[in-house]
Ligand binder design. Structure first.
Ligand code: CFM
Length: 552
């Protein structure tokens, strides 16, 4: 996508440029901290070939800065494995880790019938106590697995290690092997996803990808019926997004084998290698599975985005191009033609009220990019965006992959060595088909990152701190901030609405065409509400109430 034209967004309320604002921000820090943060705060500039400035990311948060990040366990258990209804996710650790990672993300699921399992409403934990910390927790873990099996007879049990497990040295993998053998008809596998394993939840994604690929993908070779078989990777069915995307796939005549992992099932993962194309939504959390499936089974992957009506249409057309079938192409066009009028009507109405308003988005590792589309569709501008835990390729595009330095923290996470499967490797894309796609501007195994889609002069900030968030709000006074629950109420008490782009507050879906309509209406309601200007945070009226107030 070409750089987005638009009015000058590079000035704050005082007329200072983004570069000047950045200078002021980092000047508040001690020298060493300032040096590091200066590399994580970048003024966007897109060159003629789509080249963008380098941004420091996927590095440790500086102690003392309040960050938005979560932990490795959250990325593994909560994010990637959490939304699968029929795997029992058993947290090996103190009760809080299990409880606080239990369904707060609003990942929904739809069992196929009364016989289908849904364990997502349960919270499974070994509830580690002092006795296990001192004498070891393997015995209690085995008992818990047995109890789960006796009560529920699930197809699979995933074990998730929390921080103390790594510290005391419980061997969760040995326990998993032993119990798998003992139970016979239940796949038991473990994840060494202790919270401290990486610098953020991103490490947990990688560990989860490795585990799923090693223990589940490829277990079931059954060929399902369907001419256009796809997997959707990196879509987690927050607020029902996957339901809307599934509806569109069905209308288009596409057969969805598996989603990793919104509205997903164990059998879907086991069978996913029989599909012909992987679609990658959230590149950060799932690119590893896409890469490994390509190497072992020959499935190519395409980056897609179903957030935004235009992005959805574009993604559907990409899929049609891939399969290169006139019937499919016609059906995709018919679906787009049928859905768009309703979208356009609401978009025009809402745009009249939202045009020129400004947003800041600080979310995870993909949504700060994807949601820009939706805001732009109603005429809004993105003045600053950033990720909590993305890597340089998510910002700058995969072209920088060979230049990313591997540090001690990333070396901590295993890179699986994957070879083509001797029997089942089947390249789905011939050289001619690949060339044909590239000619149409569709590059398999490519993601160009967030920055190329942002205006010159906008701020790109990695792992933003609470202090920087507050300062930016004072300086730019955006019409809305897109972030998460930890930021929400501080920002709103200051008088700026905050839309949770993780859990969607209590709303959604936002994906696909109907999702876009929901989002336009929600943002219209939020940015045009008059209540915000009457708000004054308690600490604005009484500075001594602020946590950072210095008594003299
Ligand atoms: Fe991918 Fe996600 Fe995200 Fe993510 Fe997440 Fe999430 Fe997110 Mo919250 S997998 S990177 S670890 S799109 S839970 S569904 S919203 S931070 S931007």
């Amino acid at each position: 996508m070409a750089p987005v034209p638009g009015p000058d967004i590079s000035k704050d309320l005082l007329g200072l440029s983004a570069a000047e604002v950045k200078k002021e921000l980092v000047a508040e820090y001690p020298t060493k901290v300032a040096r590091k943060r200066a590399k994580q705060i970048v003024i966007n500039e897109v060159g003629p070939d789509g080249e963008v400035p380098e941004i420091l990311s996927n590095v440790r948060t500086i102690p003392g800065l309040i960050s938005q990040r979560g932990c490795t366990y959250a990325g593994c258990k909560g994010v990637v494995l959490g939304p699968t209804r029929d795997i029992v996710n058993l947290t090996h650790g103190p009760i809080g880790c299990g409880f606080y990672s239990w369904l707060t993300r609003r990942n929904q699921t739809r069992p196929t019938g009364p016989q289908d399992y849904n364990f997502m409403t349960y919270c499974f934990s070994t509830d580690m106590q002092e006795e296990q910390i001192v004498f070891g927790g393997e015995k209690k873990l085995k008992q818990a697995i047995q109890e789960v099996y006796d009560l529920f007879h699930p197809k699979a049990i995933g074990i998730f290690a929390t921080c103390p497990v790594g510290l005391i040295g419980d061997d969760v993998h040995a326990v998993a092997r032993e119990m798998k053998e003992k139970l016979g008809d239940c796949n038991v596998f473990a994840f060494s996803c202790e919270g401290y394993k990486g610098v953020s939840q991103s490490a947990g994604h990688h560990i989860a990808n490795n585990g799923l690929f090693t223990h589940v993908v490829g277990l079931d070779d059954t060929e399902r019926a369907g001419r256009f078989k796809i997997n959707l990777l990196g879509e987690y069915n927050i607020g029902g997004d996957a339901f809307e995307i599934e509806r569109l796939f069905e209308d288009c005549g596409l057969t969805l084998i598996a989603t990793f992992s919104g509205n997903s099932s164990y059998d879907g993962f086991a069978n996913s290698h029989t599909a012909d194309l992987n679609l990658v939504m959230c590149h950060r959390s799932i690119n590893y599975v896409a890469e490994m499936m390509e190497k072992r089974f020959g499935l190519p992957w395409l980056k897609v985005n179903f957030i935004g009506a235009e992005a959805t249409a574009k993604s559907l057309r990409k899929i049609a191009r891939f399969f290169d079938d006139p019937e499919l192409t016609a059906r995709v066009e018919a679906v787009i033609a049928q859905e768009m009028p309703a979208v356009a009507a609401v978009r025009e109405e809402v745009r009249a009220r939202c045009q020129g308003k400004r947003a800041m988005l600080f979310v995870g590792g993909s949504r700060a990019h994807h949601y820009q589309e939706l805001f732009r569709e109603i005429g809004m501008e993105i003045i600053a965006a950033g990720y909590e835990f993305a890597h340089r390729d998510d910002y700058e595009g995969r072209r920088v992959l060979p230049t990313i330095k591997v540090d001690a923290d990333s070396r901590n996470i295993e890179e699986l060595q994957v070879e083509p499967d001797p029997e089942r490797y089947r390249p789905r894309l011939s050289e001619t088909a690949r060339a044909r796609l590239e000619e149409a501007g569709i590059k398999p195994s490519e993601y160009e990152g967030m920055m190329v889609d942002m205006q010159d002069g906008s701020l790109v900030i990695d792992d933003i701190s609470q202090f920087e968030t507050e300062r930016l709000i004072e300086r730019y006074w955006p019409d809305i901030v897109g972030a998460g629950i930890k930021e929400k109420y501080v920002v709103q008490k200051s008088g700026v609405p905050l839309k949770q782009l993780h859990s969607y507050d209590y709303h959604g879906p936002y994906a696909g065409f109907r999702g876009a309509i929901n989002f336009y209406r929600e943002i219209d309601r939020m940015v045009n509400s008059k209540v915000w200007k009457f708000l004054k945070a308690p600490w604005q009226e009484h500075p001594q109430l602020a946590a950072t107030y210095v008594w003299e």
